[in-house]
Design a protein around this ligand. Sequence first.
Ligand code: XIL
Length: 356
Amino acid sequence: MLNRRAFLRNAAATGAWLGVGMSGPAQAQTEGLRALAMRRNLAYGCATATDQLKDADFASALVREAGLLVAEYEMKRNAVERTRGHYDFAGGDALLNFAKAQGMALRGHTLVWFTSNPDWLPEAVKTSRDETLLTAYVNTMVRHYRGALHSWDVVNEAIDPTAGRSDGLRPCFWLEAFGPSYIDLAFQAARAADPSARLVYNDQGCEGGTEANHKFRAATLSFLEGALKRGVPIDALGLQGHLQAFGPPVDQKKLRVFLENVRALGLRILVTEHDVDDSGGSRDSAVRDQAVADASRRFLDVVFEAGGVDAVLTWGLSDRYLEQAGFLKFAPRRLPLDSALKRKPMWQAMARSLAG
Ligand code: XIL
């Protein structure tokens, strides 16, 4: 548990605010996105990693702002089962213990993905075509965290219409070995391991305003309809929410229709990895920050209007832990807090969207 002195020191250092309404600098706000989301009966949270929790100022900001955590990488298979059959739950368990100690929840990410797997896995799947290489891992992970998690991303990024398949699925070693039913297998194994778990299909590509995004939405809807007709136990769609500040804007009308169709299938909605890429535009950070905030709000306003939203997570809380890719001429500013843990226009935009 973080001590009160550290928490208050950080609150002062980050220009803590009091109250709720966004009435500008004169009005201080102590409430974080965590409290604002709870008012809307949903959770706000972010991806993090155990090494970030050692940063006391960051951990204080995390407790103030987030009510839900997700492992950025420590619950991925290349971190958990580096050696076949040997499970390392340390990272996920540490995050779960931190979350519990701070009255937060933790979501699981991710069980079956085409990447972030240990090097031995794809070859083992290709040569043996042994379905237990999928189902035993899902069973072990879901049983280990049984009853303890907010939700699970059971299958991640299985759709890719650009690959040209009639079912819109992404070619990968899972699909080559087991066919499209690998997805069904994953969800059925997760449901069997924890009947109470909230099971999510998670992907990126449904958010944007391009023709490719429109095709992605159509392929996703078709996939979900087919899976639910087959009785696949999917409870929710996870929209990763990776946006572009200076790319084609979100088409709010098309997104709204898509989300209405998803909700009509009886599915809940989560925004699981929201951030806004601020590259490709101005070098002026104030201009970038406002463009990031505008893109975030355009997206979240439509998501919240659709209803049925269980959670919104950003893929990190602060720019402090973002890596500056080699081609970038400036440090990325994709998240609600800057590297000094101060709230940015994106924070304000998310708060306003949450406040409705
Ligand atoms: C990334 C993490 O940020 C990296 O630290 C990790 O090495 C690989 O995965 N979509 C996802 C996330 O579902 O899991 C990815 O996160 C980003 C894209």
